[in-house]
Design a binder for this molecule. Structure first.
Ligand code: PMP
Length: 445
């Protein structure tokens, strides 16, 4: 039986068509958050809810940080908006420089967007523009991966591999996309700690796809270094390096979607650095502004930027792409304040230091009923349950609601519970998350 606890009876809930939500189910038992500070939300009834998900993988520095809210209010009073088409203001230039300092290798050129979805589509478009600029106009195909999530634009859902996100729109997806197999292998890797041992051979499928479609037709391979929305699917040891070797051998771009792995989530600025694999393009969003203001960024290598610049006459627009809010001053101010916090509080390093404690606490759940896998890397966890006889996803949803009414926000994706706490987390928060989950798992359907 799912836990039902009506909240906020006075609120009018009809008009908002909620994203990625079972609207009718939610509206019968709404869960409404009113405030947030540090590690905690407070709901509209005044209950405190520990945030084990950093919102939606966004609030890596914890909630409602004064430095960010102050920077935002100061900026909105000073310069609320300024265009960045043939015009500019200093903040995105400063932010791009700061991001270049954090980025791996020479991924120094930064294109600003407003979300992860826009970052994904921007990266795909830059890949096509680059291939055309360097005289490889036939390279128009993309290779994504099953269970991959790159947001909800048409590019992102085409290259992504989430069945439900594609099937309603199937007739209108990008025409030439192939997919690698995902790397989830519970049979061989269940309950592994950190990156799984088995599965590097799945990277070899890339060679087969390239042989089938022809390297001369492929623009880019796009994957999340660690697939979050697809169910916390970790890269097997050596797998990402193999993707890099194969793409380099065939002169194909490698794009890492680091929308959730960026900004300390796996104990380094980017997963690319933690796992020592340098792609040609990195997409980001979410924790770039600590979730406070929407913003995304796409970081590309010098050679991609140069190819686009050098093939166009100096007085023409080199890339016909952009958003009204690219480099928005208020978002940029939020991002700069966020990056200051990450640096001043050493939060990426802190994530790495907490990793072992986090891992050990999570694996105390290994032997509970219906738990078929516990996986972790950085400050990320995926706990997978056998589906209940009531249907796929019912047990995951039941555990999610039980945790919420017991004071901990987790995320359910089917029968997988995902956690990605703010990097400011302390031991007492780990204890609360794990003991709450334990209770929920024991009582669940
Ligand atoms: N890429 C990845 C890897 C993501 O996890 C997400 C969001 N969960 C996105 C892209 C899309 O981001 P947004 O919702 O900001 O468009």
């Amino acid at each position: 039986m799912a836990v039902n606890k009506p909240q906020n009876e006075g609120a009018r809930l009809d008009n908002f068509w909620m994203p990625f939500t079972a609207n009718r189910q939610y509206k019968t038992t709404p869960r409404l958050l009113a405030k947030a500070e540090g590690m905690y939300y407070t709901d509209v009834e005044g209950n405190s809810v520990l945030d084990s998900t950093a919102g939606l993988w966004c609030c890596n520095a914890g909630h409602s940080r004064d430095q960010i809210t102050d920077a935002v209010s100061k900026q909105i009073k000073e310069l609320d908006y300024a265009p960045t088409f043939q015009m500019g203001h200093p903040l995105p230039f400063e932010l791009a420089e700061r991001l270049a300092e954090l980025a791996p290798a020479d991924l120094n050129r930064v294109f600003f967007t407003n979300s992860g979805s826009e970052s994904a589509d921007t990266a795909l478009k830059i890949a096509l523009a680059y291939q055309r600029a360097r005289g490889h106009a036939n390279r128009t195909m993309f290779i994504g991966r099953e269970q991959g999530y790159h947001g909800t634009g048409f590019g992102g859902i085409s290259v992504g591999g989430m069945v439900n996100n594609r099937k309603a729109f199937n007739s209108q997806l990008l025409p030439s996309v192939a997919h690698l197999p995902h790397t989830l292998d519970i049979e061989r890797n269940a309950f592994s700690k950190g990156l799984p041992e088995h599965g590097i051979e799945r990277a070899e499928v890339l060679e087969q796809l390239i042989a089938l479609h022809g390297a001369e037709n492929i623009a880019a391979v796009m994957v999340e270094p660690m697939s979050g929305s697809g169910g916390v699917i970790l890269p097997p040891k050596g797998y990402l390096k193999r993707l890099r070797e194969i793409t380099a051998k065939h002169d194909i771009l490698l794009i890492f979607d680091e929308v959730i792995t960026g900004f300390g989530r796996v104990g380094d600025a980017f997963a690319s650095q933690r796992w020592d694999v340098t792609p040609d393009i990195i997409t980001t969003a979410k924790a770039l502004t600590n979730g406070a203001i929407p913003m995304g960024a796409v970081m590309v290598s010098e050679s991609i930027y140069d190819a686009c610049m050098n093939t166009a006459p100096e007085d023409t627009i080199e890339l016909f792409h952009g958003y009204t809010y690219s480099g928005h001053p208020v978002a940029a101010a939020a991002a700069l304040a966020t990056l200051d916090i990450y640096r001043d509080e050493n939060l990426f390093e802190r994530a790495r230091q907490l990793e072992t404690e986090w891992e050990e606490a999570l694996h105390s759940l290994d032997n509970l009923p219906n738990v078929i896998d516990v996986r972790n890397t950085g400050l990320i966890a995926g706990i997978q349950f056998a589906p209940s006889s009531e249907g796929i996803g019912k047990r995951g949803y039941d555990i999610f609601t039980r945790c919420f009414y017991d004071g901990v926000l987790v995320r359910a994706s089917g029968d997988i519970i995902a956690m990605s706490p703010p990097l400011i987390m302390e031991s007492k928060h780990i204890d609360q998350m794990v003991s709450t989950l334990e209770r929920a798992i024991k009582q669940a359907i």
